[in-house]
Design a protein around this ligand. Structure first.
Ligand code: HEC
Length: 135
């Protein structure tokens, strides 16, 4: 009676082990991968656009993404983020399509922006340029 659940548990552990090896753990050599829109924003964007997305003016001029009517067009944000512009770096070879979709969706529905229309696969076509950048 007692043996079967234990066997199943042991089998599940054996199956789970290879996947665990790919996950970054505490003290592991790989940094954690940013997956949600918020994580991606914190990792790649907030250094310039600030935590509240209100931008900053100082050593450079970083436009606010908060309450930004330009985010009303999915294609505009996707274009600037993919290709960069002026003092902004490009991200098409750094973010996967999935990350770009999550990030742009997040920006469009946070920081006072209220654009609920989903970001489509066509919007993020330019991303994921280097296969090695896909997570
Ligand atoms: C190194 C600083 C820097 C980083 C990092 C950065 N940006 Fe920017 N961003 C800028 C600057 C500077 C501009 C203004 C560019 C111009 O118009 O000349 C800008 C412009 C933009 C615009 C256009 C805003 C408008 O009103 O036209 C968007 C959208 C944007 N950034 C989103 C992002 C996102 C999302 C990220 C993270 C993936 C990001 N940026 C990372 C500096 C940065």
């Amino acid at each position: 009676m007692l043996k079967r659940p234990l066997l199943i548990a042991a089998a599940l552990c054996a199956l789970a082990t290879p996947a665990l090896a790919d996950e970054p753990g505490p003290g592991g050599s790989k940094p954690p991968v940013a997956r949600t829109g918020e994580e991606i924003y914190r990792t790649y964007c907030q250094a310039c656009h600030m935590a509240d997305a209100k931008g900053a003016v100082g050593a450079g001029s970083f436009p606010a993404l908060a309450n930004n009517p330009r985010l009303g067009t999915t294609g505009y944000a996707a274009y600037v983020i993919a290709n960069g512009r002026g003092g902004m770096p490009w991200f098409k070879d750094m973010l996967s399509k999935e990350q770009a979709q999550a990030l742009i969706g997040y920006l469009r529905t946070h920081f006072g922006n209220n654009y609920k229309e989903p970001v489509t696969a066509a919007d993020v076509e330019a991303f994921g340029q280097r296969p090695s950048s896909r997570f």
